[in-house]
Design a protein around this ligand. Structure first.
Ligand code: ZN
Length: 292
């Protein structure tokens, strides 16, 4: 079978392609502090329980991935997982060809395959969650540049801004991802308790002023980044996805207003349907297509 693995900062999802679709086989806790070897052992145990002779495996990983070397260079969400030869290790323990890419790209592969993203024109996919992921899609293919294109989350939006786990400062994901939203809520509610994006969305749905203001500020930063990307790429449009999109009704309007204040382009920003399995499915498709 062709297996797909989506390794996120908190959970890892795996499954396989079956006629007409994808079947999720397991959700594992990533537990970054136990290190990558421990997770790979858990993954191979699960896969081998169901399939003694896998045909291929694809893995999407939340981090900077060198595809040609099969290397996880670094990951802000997986502290300590540095310069790790994940493709070779996985290939050894599964005894099958393995392909790796970053998590946003494998998500995009699933969206292209399912025709959620058009196969003509230039499109950007952006995931909003713990961090910001990005993928550039041209004529149905992902553009990699010299290897790492699409790291929109680490585009500087404040020259002397907040420190980022990547080592830079003022990165977009420090202003338009989960932690930033919680920070805005703390500020607007004058409350030092940490609220999750889900809780803030619930408060916004009751029209609580602080929650609405937090989302408005979040949207403003989203609009700033989107205007930058439109200036750079002049895309046909953008697809947004990720954990924060369930609350998009509270921030897309302010994002659009800020966007129009900063650029003359047509706002074509769409929300991709959410699916927690899409990354693992895209990884499986990638493995099948590139090892075939
Ligand atoms: Zn950064």
């Amino acid at each position: 079978m062709h297996w797909g693995i989506d390794i996120g900062g908190t959970t890892t999802i795996l499954g396989y392609l079956k006629p007409g679709g994808f079947k999720k086989a397991a959700t594992l806790r990533t537990d970054p502090l136990s290190g990558p070897d421990s997770l790979l052992r858990k993954i191979s145990k699960k896969i081998n329980e169901a399939d003694r002779a896998p045909c291929s495996a694809g893995a999407g990983i939340a981090g900077l991935v060198n595809r040609s070397k099969g290397l996880l260079v670094s990951s802000p969400n997986l502290p300590g997982w540095k310069d790790y030869l994940i493709r070779e290790k996985l290939s050894d323990i599964l005894n099958c060809p393995v392909v790796i890419d970053n998590d946003c790209n494998v998500f995009a592969i699933q969206a292209i395959e399912s025709s959620s993203i058009p196969d003509s024109g230039l499109w950007l996919m952006i995931t909003l969650g713990t961090g910001i992921g990005g993928t550039i899609i041209h004529e149905g293919s992902i553009l990699y540049g010299s290897g790492y294109a699409g790291e929109f989350g680490h585009m500087t939006v404040e020259a002397t801004g907040k420190n980022c786990l990547c080592g830079s400062k003022g990165c977009w994901e420090r202003y338009a991802a989960s932690e930033a939203l919680s920070d805005y809520y703390r500020k607007h509610s004058c409350n030092s308790i940490h609220y999750s994006p889900k809780e803030i969305a619930r408060l916004a749905s009751t029209k609580q002023d602080a929650a609405l203001s937090a989302f408005e500020e979040f949207g403003t930063w989203l609009g700033i980044g989107l205007a930058n990307l439109y200036h750079c790429f002049s895309p046909d449009g953008v697809f947004l996805a990720g954990g924060l999109m369930g609350a998009s009704e509270f921030f897309l309007r302010s994002a659009e207003s800020e966007f129009h204040r900063r650029c003359p382009f047509v706002w074509n920003v769409n929300v991709l349907p959410s699916s927690s399995d899409a990354g693992a499915e895209g990884a499986a498709i990638m493995g099948r297509n590139r090892t075939g």
